[in-house]
Structure formats: C-alpha cells, structure tokens
Write a protein that binds this ligand. Structure first.
Ligand code: DGL
Length: 295
C-alpha cells in the first residue's frame, strides 16, 4: 500500500492513506435518519459510478434537539460502524451532526476525508445572495451552535446572517406533511417575522434563505410560497455532492465502474426506513438492501 501524506484544505490534518483498491470502496454517509438521503440522491446523480453506504441512526432521531456532547458521541459511534465496513470518504449528511461534530470526526479519523454539509451550503449561499442578507433555518442545535453564521462570515465577512430554528419542520416532513394550507401556515408562522412583517414595514429582508436541515428541501415549495419569489432558496445537497466529486477527482479516488451500488444501514426498523426513505431518495428503497445494525 502506497502512502501519500498531505493536507487537504477542507480537511485540515487529513493524511490520505491510498491503497491500490481504495477507488472501489464506497463513500460512507450518515444522518440521524432518512433526511440525509436528499444528500445521497444528489451524490448518486452526480457520481453514478460510485458505490454508497448510508447509515441512518433512526433509533436516536432527532439529533437536532440534543446537546452538542451527545451529538458528538452519536456521530463518533456511527462513523466507527461505517469505517469498520471500509469506506474511502465520509460525508456527514446531517446539518446538526456537521455543526456539532465535524472537528471531532476529523481528529478521530485522520486517514479519511470527512466532508460536512455546512461549508458547501454556506458557499452556495454566499454565491446566491446579491446583497449579503442571508437567513438560515435549521434545527435548534444547528442554530444554537452558529455553524452556518461562522461559515458564511468566513467567506463573506460583510454578510448579515439571521438564524432561525424551525423544529416543527422535521416531524412534519417525517409525517409527509409537506404541502398545502397546513404546511404553508406553519411555514408562515416561523418565517413571516423575517420576511412578510419587515416587508410590510418597508424594511429590507434577506434575499437568500438557507435550508440548513436535511428535511427542509422537501418543504421547499411551501417555504417558497411563504417567502416569495425574490428569495433564493439554497439547499446544500447539490453543492456537497459537487465538493465530494472534486475531492475524489483531485485525489484519484474515483470509481472506475459505470454503475455503483447503494446499501443502507439503520439502527431501528428496516421496514420503516425503506418505506420513508423512498420519499427522500426519489425512488423506492428495497427493504432487502436495508440492514438493521446496533451501534
Ligand atoms: N438531519 C437533521 C439535520 O440535518 C435533522 C433531523 C434531526 O434533528 O435529527 O439537521
């Protein structure tokens, strides 16, 4: 096995250990549940030749209401399971876990690149915002940790960032309540204070809204209806997929297959994971591909 040691800018301290068959290994992804499948969906579309191994920690969902220490502990346990199965790169496909645990994961696993969803989402927001007024909606934990604020301000120091926790959006999406009067009513309850009310007073409102939670892209239509057509919605799934593709290309780690395979692990109820997962992934998840694991 040849060893190549250098530092990747996204992953300070990453020491890549490259073997002849690293290319064939899957990309590991994890989320607190099925929400991260929106990220997997974007990755499969951009990299059809790659194989993926996805772990949804459904037994302990939601992460978004837990303390930072608990989220870090969970993230380390989930990653240990993925690494045990052998992966060439880890995507933390959960905003809450990214915000709380990215440095801890990179310290614990210096031999693999660890990519989160916050940095790519922040980059996309900075590109999308014309005036620099950016709103971020996410779970309580992500908002409390201010990870998006910090990432946005690192890229665009003149930006003004407003963060808002929308905890009800997660169970709404889990229950399939993603459109119609009720979904829009709840979205308005959260978002009117940032958009409609200041607009009515003639005040400036953000021109960009970051959907800083894996579940929120499924509510995009209802949210767009509430915030209006002048506000650009940013979802980090596509930009994260692009970032991963660039790293694989740069490191010569791309799969040489034409079609990759996708496998799933869950910590609770494989049947429910398969049933719910199809909605996030955009096509049915066969239960036979979902393995129940204990962490
Ligand atoms: N996956 C989480 C996120 O992106 C949302 C669900 C949860 O709270 O666990 O923040």
């Amino acid at each position: 096995m040849s060893q190549l040691c250098r530092v990747y800018p996204e992953c300070p301290g990453w020491v890549a250990v490259k073997g002849d068959n690293m290319n064939t290994l899957p990309i590991g992804l994890f989320d607190s549940g099925v929400g991260g499948l929106t990220v997997l969906r974007a990755m499969r579309a951009r990299m059809p030749g790659e194989s993926f191994l996805y772990l949804g920690d459904t037994a302990r969902l939601p992460y978004g209401t837990k303390s930072r220490d608990t989220i870090i502990r969970y993230a380390l346990q989930v990653t240990a399971k993925l690494v045990e199965r052998k992966i060439k790169l880890l995507v933390v496909a959960c905003n809450t876990a990214t915000a709380a645990s990215l440095p801890a994961l990179r310290r614990a696993y210096p031999e693999i690149p660890v990519i989160g969803v916050v940095e790519p989402g922040a980059r996309a927001a900075c590109r999308a915002s014309r005036g620099g007024d950016i709103a971020v909606i996410a779970t309580e934990s992500t908002i409390r940790g201010r990870a998006y604020d910090e990432a946005i301000l690192r890229i665009r120091p003149d930006a003004r960032v407003i963060g808002l926790a929308c905890p009800l959006f997660v169970p709404m999406v889990e229950d399939g309540l993603v459109e119609g009067e009720l979904a829009e009513g709840i979205a308005a309850r959260y978002l009117d204070g940032i958009f409609r009310t200041p607009r009515e007073r003639g005040e400036k409102v953000p021109d960009c809204l970051v959907l800083g939670c894996t579940h929120f892209p499924l509510l995009a239509e209802a949210i767009a209806h509430v915030v209006g057509p002048d506000v650009t919605l940013v979802d980090s799934a596509a930009t994260t997929a692009q970032a991963v593709k660039e790293i694989l290309e740069k490191e010569g780690l791309c799969s040489r297959n034409e079609r990759g395979e996708t496998s799933f692990m869950t910590t609770d109820d494989a049947e429910r994971f398969a049933r719910m997962g199809g909605r996030f992934l955009g096509f049915p998840v066969p239960e036979s591909r979902v393995e129940l694991v204990d962490l």
